[in-house]
Design a protein around this ligand. Structure first.
Ligand code: G4P
Length: 527
C-alpha cells in the first residue's frame, strides 16, 4: 500500500469516535442524541429524532410492533461530523423491553456515554447495560441530566455510582445551584463558568475565571451559591479522585458531566470534552492476534442482523463493524465461516434519517449489508486470510416460555422458523429432557413478541407462548448428570447443541442445586 493511502487510513481512524449511549428509559437519551445531531448539522430541527422515536418515520416502521408501541425495536446507527471528527452513535433501545441485540450492539462501541437522571440516579436498565460495557473494560463517560429539575446532590450520585456500579468518578464540571436555583456549571478543567440566563435558561454565557474562588463568580451567582460551590470543590480537590487518563481508558474511572439536554445546557462542552477523551477505533482480538485499525487489509464482523426492514422486499440487513482497512463499495472479501468470496455491492450507512448507499467507509464505521441469508451473528469478513474475531458474547436468558404450534400441519415451517430465528440470535431454544417440550429463553419480553410476529409474518405459523416461572439458566458441566436432582423448582433441558442446562425458578433453588452437586460447574452461558 502506498504511503498516502496509509496516511489517509491513519487520519480517518484518528478522527472517528464510535460510542453508544446507555440509559434507563426517560433519562433523556432521545433528547441528548437530538442535540448532538443538531450540533453536527445532521438534522436541522429539533423534534426529528423524537418523531422517529414516536415511529412516524418510514425508517423505523418496518415492523408493526414498532408502530403499535412507538418504540425502536432494534438498535440503529447515526453518523455525523463535528469539528473534524466523524462520530458514530450506536442507538440502543431505550425501552424497558430490550433484547440481546441491545447487548451485542454494545460490543461494536469503543466507549459508552451513561446518561443518568439527576433525580432518579442509577436505574435498573442502566445497571444491566453498564455491566456489559464494564465486562469489556471500555471507557464510560457519565452525563447527569435534567439539572434544571430538583434532584439528588452530586455527591450522593457519585456515591451511588461507586456503590451500585463499582466505578469511581471524577466530575469534570460542577453545578452552581440545582433545580430552580440552578444558574450554571463550573468547568474544572477549563476554569470557566457557564451560566444560564433568563427565565427559560436559554442563553449561555461563558466566562473564563482564575479558579473557583474568583470573585467574578460571586458577582454572577451570588454569595450563597458561590460559597456552596467553593465548599464542594474544596472537598473534591482534597478527597475526590484526580483525573487519570489511564484509569478512564480502562473503564475504572468515569468522567462526570452535569447538564440539561433539553435546555441544551452543558451539551456542547460535554461533546467537546468527550471527543478529546474518548478513544478512537481500537484494535480487536482475533485468531490472527490483535488486528489494528490501520491494518491495510479490510476486516470486520457482524454484530447484528435485522430482518424485514422493508416488508416489501423481506430483506435482512447484517450490521458490520469495520475493524481494519478501507471499505470500498463493490470490493470482494472473504466470508470466513462460509469459506467463500463475496462481493459487497449494496452497503448502506445509517444516518439520522435515511439509509444511503456507502461508497467508502473506515474502521469504527458501521455499514449495513443486504443479507440473502448468508450471515450469522459473529461472522467475520476479511480481505486478508482467515481472520476470526473473538466470539460475541451470548447472554443468560432470564425469561422463559413454552412454545406450541397451533396448527400441527405447519410443523415443518415452524421448525424452519425456529432454526432461523435462533441462528439470528432472536431467541434461545431449549428442549426439556422429560417431555421434549420446546422452551424459549430471552433477556427481554419484547423478543417473545418479535418471535410471535415473525413466525406468523414470515413463516405463516401461529404459535402459542405460555410463560414459565423460570428466572435463571445455568449450563451444567458434570460427568454424571442425574435428572432426578433437578426437579424441585427447576427443570433440566438441553440447548440446540445438546448441552445440559438447568432452568431455575429462583435463586434459592439454584443455590440448593449447586450445594447438592458440588462437582458440577454451573455456567451462565453456553460453554
Ligand atoms: P429517553 O429517550 O431516554 O426515553 O428520554 P427522552 O429524551 O424522550 O426524554 C424523556 C423526557 O424527559 C421527555 O419529556 C423529555 O422532554 C424530558 N427531558 C429530557 N431532557 C431533559 C432535561 O434536561 N430537563 C428536563 N426537565 N426534562 C428533560 P416528556 O414529557 O416525556 O416528553 P416531551 O413531551 O417533552 O416530548
Amino acid at each position: 500500500m502506498s504511503k498516502t493511502m496509509d496516511n489517509q487510513l491513519q487520519q480517518e481512524v484518528d478522527k472517528r469516535r464510535t460510542f453508544a449511549i446507555i440509559s434507563h428509559p426517560d433519562a433523556g437519551k432521545t433528547t441528548l442524541t437530538e442535540k448532538l445531531l443538531l450540533f453536527g448539522g445532521a438534522i436541522r430541527e429539533a423534534g426529528t429524532v423524537k418523531a422517529r422515536k414516536a415511529s412516524k418515520h418510514a425508517t423505523s416502521d418496518w415492523m408493526e410492533i414498532e408502530k403499535q408501541r412507538g418504540i425502536s425495536v432494534t438498535s440503529s446507527v447515526m453518523q455525523f461530523d463535528y469539528k473534524g471528527h466523524r462520530i458514530n452513535i450506536l442507538d440502543t433501545p431505550g425501552h424497558q423491553d430490550f433484547s440481546e441485540d441491545t447487548y451485542r450492539t454494545l460490543t461494536a462501541a469503543d466507549s459508552a456515554v451513561m446518561l443518568i437522571d439527576v433525580a432518579k440516579g442509577v436505574e435498573a436498565q442502566t445497571i444491566k447495560l453498564f455491566q456489559v460495557c464494564a465486562k469489556r473494560g471500555i471507557p464510560i463517560f457519565t452525563f447527569i441530566n435534567k439539572l434544571d429539575r430538583e434532584g439528588r446532590s452530586p455527591f450522593d450520585l457519585m456515591e451511588e455510582l461507586e456503590q451500585v456500579l463499582g466505578i469511581r468518578s471524577v466530575p469534570m464540571n460542577w453545578p452552581i445551584g440545582t433545580g430552580r436555583d440552578l444558574c450554571g456549571v463550573y468547568d474544572r478543567t477549563l476554569n470557566q463558568v457557564e451560566l444560564f440566563q433568563g427565565d427559560d435558561h436559554s442563553t449561555i454565557q461563558v466566562q473564563k475565571v482564575e479558579d473557583y474562588n474568583d470573585p467574578v463568580i460571586r458577582e454572577m451567582a451570588g454569595e450563597f451559591l458561590h460559597d456552596q460551590l467553593c465548599q464542594d470543590l474544596e472537598l473534591l480537590d482534597v478527597a475526590g479522585d484526580p483525573f487519570d487518563m489511564e484509569k478512564v481508558q480502562r473503564g475504572e474511572l468515569t468522567p462526570v458531566f452535569f447538564g440539561s439536554a433539553i435546555n441544551n445546557f452543558g451539551v456542547q462542552t460535554f461533546l467537546e470534552n468527550f471527543l478529546k477523551l474518548a478513544p478512537k477505533p481500537e484494535p480487536r482480538k482475533s485468531t490472527a492476534g490483535l488486528i489494528e485499525p490501520t491494518d491495510e487489509k479490510f476486516s470486520g464482523y457482524i454484530f447484528k442482523i435485522q430482518a424485514n426492514m422493508n416488508p416489501a422486499h423481506r430483506d435482512r440487513i447484517a450490521f458490520l463493524r469495520i475493524v481494519s482497512g478501507k471499505f470500498q463499495r463493490g470490493m470482494s472479501v472473504k466470508h470466513v465461516r462460509a469459506g467463500k468470496e463475496i462481493k459487497l455491492s449494496q452497503p448502506q450507512q445509517f444516518l439520522a434519517q435515511d439509509r444511503d448507499i456507502v461508497q467508502e467507509a473506515f474502521p469504527g464505521d458501521i455499514i449495513g449489508l443486504f443479507d440473502p441469508g448468508i450471515f450469522r451473528i459473529g461472522d467475520s469478513l476479511s480481505q486478508a486470510s482467515e481472520i476470526v474475531f473473538d466470539e460475541l458474547p451470548t447472554f443468560s436468558p432470564e425469561i422463559f416460555a413454552k412454545v406450541t404450534v397451533k396448527n400441527a400441519l405447519k410443523h415443518k415451517q415452524y421448525q424452519k422458523g425456529i432454526d432461523q430465528l435462533t441462528e439470528e440470535g432472536t431467541i434461545q431454544v431449549f428442549n426439556t429432557v422429560s417431555f421434549d417440550d420446546t422452551l424459549l429463553g430471552v433477556v427481554g419480553q419484547l423478543q417473545f413478541e418479535v418471535f410471535e410476529y415473525r413466525m406468523k409474518g414470515e413463516y405463516g405459523v401461529d404459535v402459542q407462548l405460555q410463560r414459565m416461572p423460570y428466572q435463571f439458566a445455568r449450563w451444567i458441566i458434570d460427568d454424571n448428570i442425574d435428572p432426578s436432582k433437578f426437579r424441585i423448582n427447576s427443570t433440566l433441558v438441553k440447548d440446540k447443541k445438546g448441552n445440559y442446562v438447568v432452568l431455575f425458578e429462583n435463586e434459592y433453588a439454584m443455590r440448593t442445586a449447586m450445594e447438592k452437586n458440588p462437582t458440577a460447574k454451573f455456567l451462565e452461558t453456553a460453554p
